[in-house]
Design a protein around this ligand. Structure first.
Ligand code: NAD
Length: 357
């Protein structure tokens, strides 16, 4: 049975890091006889340059047919002055909404080898293992109406709409409860129910769902407190579930607890388990083309892809073990460099993972 993986390198450091993950995928494909076939397509700024749109129809078609998608990152200053609808980020949002990738899973794990790379004290973060489940296709990023309008006074006003339907809350809640069941059985739902009606409903539905998952301990936290608790005592959390915008912000904060955003993978799944896998970071235009980006978040995203969409747990574990081994060997890209480490390039890091496999 041949399964198809679509590679979307994108912009900035995207092509550099996806190239390393692709080599790793080819290697496990041979080693484990996975029967994967690979295709590539344009998205984001690279697609705008070639086709004048961030998500060409051809890319969307390939994405629909693929069993799983591995994306680098999109965006960069070159395209920042384009109107909102033509920006690279629209390519990503279009993929998420067209494929209904409503569940974004972002683990924040602190590798013991990197405890000193965190800006927090080692005792606060060592052993950290959090999973943030972020709703990805609803909320204020997609709500209508939206725009900038002119008021009668002549002043301009920007506006967006924050909305969630009951069924949208329920389906992301189920993903989070099920993830918690497989982990530490603790779920914290993050909202702003003291101010926003949308999240009053959110809290109500989470409470309602709790009855289906009696083995999971559910708690609620306001988003401002959650932001604070993540830096004060992050190990109190097991699984966090939250809406699109709060999840966007909190998952980047959690990423930094681990030392580098360059280490963190993510998965975005739909109800058929088709998924798009990508590092949590962006296209890092400040370091693009220099060969110094950390490819490990993308390589670990490939591992998540094998686990969640392709059902190849052994191959996923092999990649994760190989990453741990190169960290044990002291190899470090610039973003995770610390005393005693050996500084390596993007390509050297990719090669080291291949060798460890
Ligand atoms: P960013 O994540 O690209 O970069 C933030 C900082 O982290 C930079 O200093 C960068 O050099 C560093 N960094 C990121 N990834 C790294 C890696 N793998 N190795 C080493 N260092 C790394 O965020 P930003 O600067 O806010 O955004 C840059 C562009 O990326 C923008 O156009 C933004 O819209 C886009 N973006 C895209 C995505 C995505 O494609 N999913 C996500 C976030 C931002």
């Amino acid at each position: 049975m041949s399964r198809n993986v679509l590679l979307l390198p994108g912009d900035g450091i995207g092509p550099e890091i996806v190239a390393e993950a692709e080599k790793v995928l080819h290697k496990v494909n041979d080693q484990f006889g996975l029967g994967l076939s690979f295709e590539s397509a344009l998205v984001g700024g690279a697609a705008i340059d070639e086709t004048d749109t961030p998500l060409p129809e051809e890319t969307l078609e390939k994405a629909r047919k693929a069993d799983a998608i591995l994306l680098g990152a999109v965006g960069g200053p070159k395209w920042d002055s384009l109107p909102m609808a033509k920006r690279p980020e629209k390519g990503l949002l279009g993929l998420r909404s067209n494929l209904e990738l409503f569940a974004n899973l972002r683990p924040a794990i602190l590798y013991p080898q990197l405890a000193s790379a965190s800006s927090l004290k080692p005792e606060v973060v060592s052993g950290l293992d959090i999973l943030i489940v972020r709703e990805l296709t609803g909320g204020i990023y997609f709500g209508q109406p939206r725009g900038v309008r002119e008021l009668e006074s002549g002043e301009r006003q920007g506006y967006n709409t924050y909305q969630y339907t009951e069924s949208e809350i329920r389906r992301i809640g189920r993903v989070a409860f099920e993830a918690a069941q497989q982990r530490g059985k603790k779920l914290c739902s993050v909202d702003k129910a003291n101010v926003l009606e949308v999240t009053v409903l959110w809290r109500e539905i989470m409470e309602d769902l709790k009855r289906e998952y009696p083995d999971v301990e559910l708690s609620h936290m306001y988003v401002d407190n959650a932001a604070m608790q993540l830096v004060r005592a992050p190990k109190q959390f097991d699984v966090i579930v939250t809406g699109n915008m709060f999840g966007d912000i909190l998952s980047d904060e959690a990423a930094m607890l681990t030392g580098s955003i360059g280490m963190l993978p993510s998965a975005s799944l739909n109800s058929d388990k088709q998924g798009m896998y990508e590092p949590c970071h962006g296209s890092a235009p400040d370091i693009a083309g220099q060969g110094i980006a950390n490819p490990l978040a993308t390589i670990l995203s490939a591992a998540m892809m094998l686990r969640y969409s392709l059902n190849e747990e052994k191959a996923a574990l092999a990649i994760e073990a190989a990453v741990s081994k190169v960290l044990d060997q002291g190899l470090r890209t610039a973003d995770i460099m610390s005393e005693g480490g050996q500084k390596v390039s993007t390509r050297d890091m990719g090669e080291a993972v291949l060798n460890a496999l």
